[in-house]
Design a protein around this ligand. Structure first.
Ligand code: ADP
Length: 157
């Protein structure tokens, strides 16, 4: 049976930190489903179709699928025959939210495990939020995001 992991997030926009997690996890699992959603807590910057297009342009790996999702994460995982949810933890500040999310998901479906990866050091401080802020002031974001993203953000800023 294929080992499939879901990597869910807002990816608003996708950064080199996300790509690093996707690339490294793609060597461990048979398939990674990058599941792009609108985070209810955050006001979306890019629309979902743009986020998907930019992710597709930025990832060149065979065993990756990029999709949008709009339902309960554990249900989405089950529908896609995945029993692993992948998340990244950059710093202690991520921990509290990620811990709550993982334990709620565990209570919703006992068969699904959440696994955490930490970023490579050079990507540890990259966040989509900071990328959006730097881009808003026309700063150079090319060290933090793939070329498709920096190119696109330049056209809209
Ligand atoms: P969400 O809004 O669901 O937190 P994000 O797109 O911000 O979505 O992040 C998706 C996942 O990737 C989260 O688990 C987040 O902690 C992780 N992540 C974000 N940036 C990085 C990074 N630079 N390195 C490692 N993990 C990251």
């Amino acid at each position: 049976m294929q080992k499939i992991a879901i990597y869910p997030g807002s990816f608003d926009p996708i950064t080199l930190g996300h790509i690093d997690i996707i690339t490294r996890s793609s060597k461990i699992f048979d398939k990674i489903i990058v599941a792009i959603t609108h985070n209810q807590k955050k006001q979306a910057f890019l629309d979902i179709d743009t986020k998907i297009t930019l992710a597709k342009q930025s990832i060149d790996l065979e065993n990756i699928e990029i999709v949008s999702f709009d339902n309960l994460l554990v249900d989405f995982a089950k529908e896609h025959n995945s029993c692993v949810i992948l998340r990244g933890i950059r710093a202690v500040s991520d921990f509290e939210y990620e811990f709550a999310l993982a334990s709620m998901n565990k209570q919703l479906n006992r068969e699904i495990e959440t696994m955490f990866m930490i970023p490579r050091e050079k990507y540890a401080n990259i966040s989509s939020t900071l990328v959006r802020e730097i881009s808003h002031f026309n700063g150079d974001i090319s060290k933090f995001v793939p070329p498709a993203v920096s190119g696109y953000l330049q056209t809209i800023s």
